[in-house]
Design a protein around this ligand. Structure first.
Ligand code: GLA
Length: 400
């Protein structure tokens, strides 16, 4: 007699094996990634030194948890069984040893690979090895996988990322999946069921407003990244973040530009992944990166991606609704000259129609807190008059 398996049973089984690990990134992930500063020139001593500096400089306490090794951590060839192996010269004690070290410090460990046959720097990619690689990551104690998009030929992006999602899920180890296909296939439309964050653009570079042309592709300064994407804020929510790329704070821009960059990433609820050499970072860089009031805006539990409320001459006002009816406002001066701000609160009503939030200054008095100087600077009764230096921000939180 033929056995008939009920359809609902089949659907339940499929559903159990094909999902992402929920709840791993209720707020935007925070950490450090090796690529922006070191590219493939990474090794065990460097990573251990970075972990130690992140802790001793208070950045772990500020919330930076994930230590992510980008491209170049692996050997050029897989072993005889097809397993990925760590580069034996760069990482002589292997990845499990390094992951154990990171975990022993109360932090989490991340690795990079790629959906194509090769990674972007030409190391072995995961195509055709997805389940085998996922099992290896789980065995080593990986907590975060950044999964890139080079050498993918005609692969369908959503399907390729779903394959890796299912491979990770099958290991039983909760691993964040960081989708990195540069926004080519509108990952904001499908990413939330597949991974926890998705890159929205090509690579960032360490300038405020430039494009660096590499022939077949460009890397982008901070403001270029900001303007490459519009109308995708509705896709961000807890466990599913638009990722504006690893930060360039501390990598050569002015302190004002770094403040603007960090403020915008906070307004966007973007993952905050440092990309600088923390071991020799300046006091000013550490102060920016560890500013708990700015980080609290990024990590606000509502998880709302802010928006540009207005622009006037070189001024842009970016706004993010926060819990308890507080709001973050970032007054950004895009110009290379100082900007004289005169902002009469009572003439402004801010309506976030997507997230159904309204801020009407004429209906009450709000206190104003400058989050970079960590000082209360008055109330919204009086117009705000100040000068914003070139390429800098005035970043405030208002609340009743
Ligand atoms: C791509 C990614 C970068 C980095 C490099 C590594 O360009 O977008 O973030 O991971 O690959 O090769």
């Amino acid at each position: 007699m033929k056995k008939i398996i009920p359809l609902c049973f089949v659907l339940i089984v499929i559903n159990v094996y094909s999902q992402k690990f929920e709840g791993l990134a209720k707020t935007p992930p925070m950490g450090w990634n090796s690529w922006n500063t070191f590219e493939t020139n990474i090794n065990e001593d460097l990573i251990i030194g970075m972990v130690d500096s992140i802790i001793s400089k208070g950045l772990k306490d500020a919330g930076y948890t994930y230590i992510v090794l980008d491209d170049g951590w692996m050997a050029r060839e897989r072993d005889a069984q097809g397993n990925l192996i760590a580069d034996p010269v760069k990482f002589p004690k292997g990845m499990k040893h390094l992951a154990d070290y990171v975990h022993s410090k109360g932090m989490k460990f991340g690795l990079y690979n790629c959906a194509g046959k090769l990674t972007c720097a030409g190391y072995p990619g995961s195509r055709g090895h997805e389940y085998q690689d996922a099992r290896k990551y789980a065995e080593w104690g990986v907590d975060f996988l950044k999964y890139d998009w080079c050498y993918t030929d005609k692969l369908n992006a959503e399907e390729a990322y779903i394959t890796m999602r299912d491979a990770l899920y099958a290991t039983g180890r909760p691993i964040i999946l960081s989708i990195c296909e540069w926004g080519n296939n509108e990952p904001w439309k499908w990413g939330s069921k597949v991974g926890h964050l998705w890159r929205v653009t090509g690579d960032i570079t360490n300038c405020f407003d430039c494009e660096v042309n590499h022939g077949t592709w460009s890397s982008w300064g901070v403001m270029k990244i900001v303007y490459l994407r519009d109308s995708i804020r509705q896709y961000t929510k807890p466990d599913a973040w638009n990722d504006y790329d690893m930060m360039e704070v501390g990598n050569g821009m002015t302190a004002g530009e770094d403040r603007a960059h960090f403020a915008l990433w906070s307004i966007f609820a973007s993952p905050l992944i440092m990309g600088n050499d923390v071991r020799n970072a300046s006091k000013e860089t550490i102060e920016i990166l560890s500013n708990k009031e700015v980080i609290a805006i990024n990590q606000d539990p509502l998880g709302i991606h802010g928006f540009k409320y207005m622009e006037h001459d070189s001024l842009e006002v970016w706004i993010k609704p926060l819990k308890n009816d507080a709001w973050a406002l970032c007054f950004l001066n895009r110009n290379t000259h100082p900007y004289s701000l005169n902002f009469d609160w009572n003439t402004h009503t801010i309506h976030d129609k997507i997230f159904n939030k309204k801020l009407q200054f004429s209906q009450g008095v709000y206190t104003i807190r400058n989050v970079y100087t960590k000082k209360d600077i008055g109330t919204t009764k009086k117009a705000l008059q100040t000068t914003i230096p070139a390429h800098d921000v005035l970043f405030v939180v208002v609340k009743k």
